[in-house]
Design a protein around this ligand. Structure first.
Ligand code: MIC
Ligand code: SF4
Length: 643
């Protein structure tokens, strides 16, 4: 029987296990990436492992999130990251060089290799035919230490593309269509492999838009073959030698096949406040728009910004609209500056921001209250933009530009223009001077730690009895932005767990911190897909620091569940989902004989001492996860030499 692409790359990296669905496997990791908002923790964890130099083929530390520098905190972090990278054998991409996923695609992603990244959109590199997985910082630290990565073998879904996109329809619409069909939970436990004749019509940046948005489906990763288009892109990046052809076999098998006829798609838009609330642009056309933001690791490529510039050339944006443009990388920025496209954007009235995450993570450009903001980004969770009652829509650069011109939601097909055609440059502008290689004499480097860098809190081994009050009860699809928001005020505290823990759940339950402190910890209850969205391990680490012992939900998002285990917080699920309705916030819960119960069958009994009844929860842990939890988290487990 033939093999699919995922099986081929996994097989060539398999350290243990067999590629049976749901079996635990370990794979060797070739490359790692971190960004500054997750990187400081990842490197403190790496340091705690006591290893002098990274053991991966290639590891890189990007600075792209915490770029506002309104106080000393972010600058402190940047210095820490730069000196740490130099000392431990890690490349360092300086602030200004661009967004991690865009730069990685341009300069480092390699067909056939594996990449682990401390950011949920790491699968962006899947566009290049590599297995790229988003994880918490601690998992990246372990990969840098040479440990293989553990994962439950996902189901492999083939997304078969046929035909070609019509005018004004983009690869963003392909993924919005999948989100519409499958929802933000549709990819949990799955890898999406793209195939079919339509794949050959998509360039690498178009594929990256798709691979990047796989994170919004909850997928483990998203993968494309490596073909002529891959070669063309790598050649233009001066990296022809990195190319290898990679395809699935003709008779490869998949768990599921989803077909999309590209020619039948129309421009789509995700409405507030979830990436899966997708409808046709023409269904909401005419709504007044106050802000348009073009950029983020989704849709900030040379092709995206050139298309926007060509549409805007000689035109002015609507007087009511504020339009921001964030180039994805220095390469993109410099190329559009040199070829005159930047001048077209400025002349049309755009506000040009530096090459960074920026508005996507609420680092500036919060929209006006209740005003419609159209963004080319990947997430529109309520309040993520920095405005509590925001109205953020997600759409392609074409749709966004049409909205900026008209001042209302506009289907670009009604502009009466021809869609721009942007040819692949013979050669991109290649200047890696903002990527610093590690020091040749590491012993001479002193890691700089400003006052923003605080040590890593750890907990002791798992107790035999845990008890406490239900401090918070929340519903389905709670994101890590709900658990621990980002944005200009809170993001700078990422290297300081005591300080950042004060902001836990602040948009959902402003008294969460105070209550948790007063009650000395306790439990959190959630619905389906708890912890969806980002990889930020702070959303597990800060609750652990405040004494949260267990979370009980209907189901978890993959990365967040791993992060909870890594930091010694029990991720339990209701045996009977209806139990969720019966438990009240502030009920008192107790689990006894926990250490034995964890080692036994999957079911645990919980006593609701307030209601004087018992109910059952499942831990669903494999052998290794049990050991990690018993030790009080992954670092304790590793240090005890059990890895
Ligand atoms: C995001 O898009 O939510 C982030 C900010 O990039 C996060 C990482 C973080 O919280 O630092 C992610 O996607 O993992
Ligand atoms: Fe940055 Fe936004 Fe991409 Fe996250 S999704 S890496 S915040 S640009």
């Amino acid at each position: 029987m033939g093999k699919n692409l995922v099986q081929k790359i996994f097989e060539s990296h398999l350290v243990s296990g067999t590629l049976e669905t749901n079996e635990e496997i370990t794979i060797a990791i070739d490359q790692t990436l971190t960004q500054d908002a997750t990187g400081t923790m990842a490197y403190l964890q790496f340091e705690a492992l006591g290893i002098p130099r990274v053991k991966t083929k290639f590891s890189i530390s990007y600075v792209d999130h915490n770029m506002l520098q309104t106080g000393f905190e972010n600058a402190d972090d940047h210095r820490f990251l730069q000196t740490f990278a130099a000392k431990y054998g890690i490349y360092f991409s300086k602030p200004g060089n661009g967004i991690c996923h865009q730069v990685h695609l341009e300069r480092f992603a390699k067909p056939g290799e594996t990449l682990l990244g401390a950011d949920s959109h790491t699968p962006n590199a899947g566009a290049m035919g590599m297995i790229a997985i988003g994880v918490g910082g601690l998992d990246v630290a372990l990969a840098m230490a040479g440990e293989p990565f553990y994962l439950k073998m996902p189901e492999i879904v083939l997304v078969k593309l046929k035909g070609k996109l019509s005018a004004w329809v983009t690869s963003k619409d392909i993924m919005l269509e999948l989100l519409r069909r499958l929802t933000v939970r549709g990819g949990i436990g799955k890898i999406f492999e793209f195939g079919g004749s339509g794949v050959g019509t998509l360039s690498i940046p178009e594929r990256a838009t798709i691979a990047n948005l796989g994170a919004e489906l909850g997928a483990t990763t998203t993968l494309f073959p490596s073909d002529e288009k891959t070669l063309e892109f790598l050649k233009a990046q001066g990296r022809k030698k990195d190319w290898i052809p990679l395809h699935s076999d003709q008779d490869a098998e998949y768990h599921q096949i989803i077909e999309i006829d590209l020619g039948k798609l129309e421009p789509l838009i995700a409405q507030p406040s979830s990436p899966d609330k997708v409808c046709l642009v023409r269904a909401v056309a005419g709504k007044a728009v106050k802000q348009v933001c073009i950029g983020s690791c989704n849709n900030s490529s040379y092709f995206d910004l050139m298309s926007v510039a060509k549409i805007l050339k000689g035109r002015k944006i609507h007087p009511d609209v504020s339009l921001t443009i964030t180039p994805g990388s220095k390469q993109v920025f410099e190329m559009i500056a040199q070829n005159g496209a930047l001048a077209m954007l400025i002349s049309a009235g755009a506000r040009i921001l530096e090459a960074a995450c920026g508005p996507c993570i609420g680092m500036g450009q919060a929209p006006p209250s209740q005003a419609v903001s159209i963004r080319t980004m990947n997430r529109n969770f309520l309040g993520r933009s920095g405005t509590p009652e925001d109205q953020v829509y997600l759409a392609s650069p074409y749709v966004s530009t049409a909205c900026a011109l008209k001042g209302s939601i506009t289907d670009p097909r009604t502009l009466g223009l021809k869609p721009p055609r942007i040819p692949m440059p013979q050669r991109f502008l290649i200047d890696d001077s903002l990527i610093l290689p590690p020091a040749s004499k590491p012993e001479t480097i002193v890691v700089e730690r400003g006052p923003n860098i605080q040590s890593l809190p750890l907990r002791g081994p798992l107790e035999d009895v845990i008890e406490g009050f239900v401090i918070l009860k929340v519903g389905d699809n709670i994101t890590t932005d709900h658990i621990l928001p980002a944005g200009a005020r809170i993001l700078p505290l990422r290297s300081n767990i005591p300080a950042i823990s004060k902001h836990l759940f602040e948009r959902v339950a402003p008294d969460f911190f105070k209550k948790t402190r007063e009650m000395g910890g306790g439990f959190i209850l959630g619905g389906e897909n708890y912890g969806q969205g980002s990889s930020r391990e702070h959303a597990a680490l800060a609750p652990m620091y405040l004494g949260i012992k267990a979370i009980i939900t209907k189901s978890y998002a993959r990365i967040h569940r791993s992060n909870l285990i890594n930091f010694g917080v029990l991720p339990l699920t209701f045996k009977d989902p209806d139990e969720f309705l019966k438990i009240r916030q502030e009920d008192h819960l107790r689990i006894t004989d926990l250490r034995r119960a964890i080692q036994g069958e999957s079911l645990l009994r919980v006593e609701n001492t307030t209601q004087k009844r018992m109910f059952e929860v499942s831990h669903g842990l494999n052998t290794r996860e049990r050991e990690v939890l018993l030790a009080g988290g992954l670092l304790n487990y590793i240090r005890r030499g059990k890895a």
